[in-house]
Design a binder for this molecule. Structure first.
Ligand SMILES: [Zn+2]
Length: 171
């Protein structure tokens, strides 16, 4: 049996035993986590969030890129269209982690520059390979974004060796 067949089989168990009916589109905790695609660092799982509690955007590194900002602005419009507002009362959490694979691309500006919307001179400021500095940078970028005014922003570092999260930038 292939992986897809296996996963579809597991879904049938999920639908019977773990599915929660009546969840809303808005995350119950009014929280969006920006995290990495790395399978070890699923934000819902490492932060103990239940279905429907948090929304998650995942990309390479869990970084705040121009693309991430556009997605957040779109999400704000979605919440407004649904009668809410991704503004005051909401939390944005940047969740990056140790041993992140993005560090392996440190010497490939031809990949990183378009990703971060920067150039060789500006790439150092993205602190690829230095997660604490990268988290601080990304939190600052979110806090400076006029289109997300009023949202509380924090930055966490997950240690893949211990399973523990460190608050790098408090809300
Ligand atoms: Zn990663």
């Amino acid at each position: 049996m292939g992986v897809v067949e296996t996963l579809v089989g597991r879904n049938s168990d999920f639908a019977k035993t773990q599915f929660t009916d009546g969840l809303r589109m808005m995350p119950n905790l009014k929280t969006i986590v920006i995290g990495c695609v790395d399978p070890r660092v699923d934000p819902a799982s490492v932060l103990g969030a239940d279905q429907g509690e948090i929304a998650v955007i995942r990309n390479v590194g869990g970084r705040v890129t121009p693309g991430t900002l556009e997605e957040l602005v779109m999400l704000r419009k979605v919440t407004q269209a649904a009668g809410g507002d991704l503004g005051p009362g909401w939390e944005l959490i940047v969740l990056q982690h140790t041993q992140c694979g993005i560090a392996l691309l440190k010497d490939q500006p031809e990949l990183l520059n378009p990703y971060f919307g920067t150039n060789d001179a500006g790439l150092d400021e993205q602190h690829v390979g230095n997660p604490r500095a990268a988290i601080t940078h990304d939190v600052t970028a979110l806090r400076g974004e006029d289109r997300l005014e009023g949202v509380r922003v924090s930055g966490l570092l997950y240690d893949v060796a211990s399973g523990e999260v460190e608050t790098v930038v408090a809300p």
